[in-house]
Design a protein around this ligand. Structure first.
Ligand code: CAA
Length: 258
């Protein structure tokens, strides 16, 4: 993992942390940074000793968006032949839970990457926005869709059409983030959340993530069918036997790792 230049990685027991680390550009998401992020996510996803991944930035910025300097000379149809956003979807391909721990700016692509994660925890300093309209473009990594799903049409439309930012309290009120914590506690709480998930059954966690994410893509009936199949398949796991035996024997379950 030593070949990363724009991210830092750490382990805290079963929790893995990836920190975007390009402070001179407020973690602007250039091609190299996104390539490193994708590689780190894949490596942690493949590591059975990791239960969940925390993705974070600095105190000042989770990420201030796609790299505007890198984008400025790009033109169409080059952008059509080379879709520079496509590699970002690596975030969506992770089977394990990914927790975004957001302090400071999460703008444009930064907000979009945070919304690709499974749980958003915000420091009280967090600021979210989709300011692409001010650059003569629109959100390009799912912002127009995921923000609308998260906070509803009217507020999403206001954010996307004006580029205004929302603070952490507003983000919590409108359901964009799971909760807001004091900035000084952000990482401890994010790591604790990842570790707590790590105590649970890994197959059940992976399938629960798949089921919730399916609700964004499938009609209700198909989503419920998928949920039922996943639910029934978990009865083939040792963890289901252990979880239910532990409940009945009034003890803590000991789930297998991996
Ligand atoms: N791309 C490239 N560089 C960026 C950047 C970005 N998105 N955001 C900040 N930086 C750079 C600045 O150019 C500056 O570099 P220099 O010191 O070399 O001049 C450095 O980071 C510090 O930034 P500021 O001096 O601007 O810091 P500030 O505290 O005054 O302002 C800010 C902070 C409000 C976040 C401001 O930097 C800003 O508005 N950034 C751009 C936000 C934005 O428009 N994001 C959307 C990008 S488009 C996109 O993401 C497309 C998509 O949907 C995929």
């Amino acid at each position: 993992m030593a070949d990363y230049e724009m991210i830092l990685t750490e382990r805290h027991g079963a929790a893995a942390v990836i920190r975007l680390n390009r402070p001179q550009a407020l973690n602007a998401l250039c091609d190299q940074l996104m390539d490193e992020l994708a590689r780190a996510l894949r490596a942690f996803d493949a590591d059975d000793s990791v239960s969940a991944i925390v993705l974070t930035g600095s105190d000042k910025a989770f990420a201030a968006g796609a790299d505007i300097r890198e984008m400025q000379p790009r033109s169409w149809p080059g952008t059509h032949r080379h879709d520079f956003i496509a590699p970002w979807e690596a975030v969506l391909g992770v089977q394990k839970p990914v927790i975004a721990a957001v302090a400071g700016f999460a703008l444009g692509g930064g907000c979009e990457v945070a919304m690709m994660c499974d749980i958003l925890l915000a420091a009280d300093t967090a600021k979210f926005g989709q300011p692409e309209i001010k650059l003569g473009i629109l959100p390009g990594a799912g912002g127009s869709q995921r923000l609308t799903h998260a906070i509803g049409k009217s507020k999403a439309m206001e954010m996307v059409l004006t580029g205004r930012m929302m603070d952490a309290a507003e983000a919590e009120r409108c359901g964009l983030v799971a909760r807001v914590v004091p900035a000084a506690e952000l990482m401890d709480q994010a790591v604790a959340l990842a570790q707590k998930i790590g105590e649970l059954s890994a197959p059940a966690v992976a399938m629960a993530k798949e089921a919730v994410n399916a609700s964004f893509e499938l009609p209700l009936r198909e989503g419920v069918r998928l949920e039922r199949r996943l639910f029934l398949s978990l009865f083939g796991t040792e963890d289901q036997k252990e979880g239910m035996a532990a409940f009945n024997e009034k003890r803590k379950p000991l789930f297998r790792r991996g």
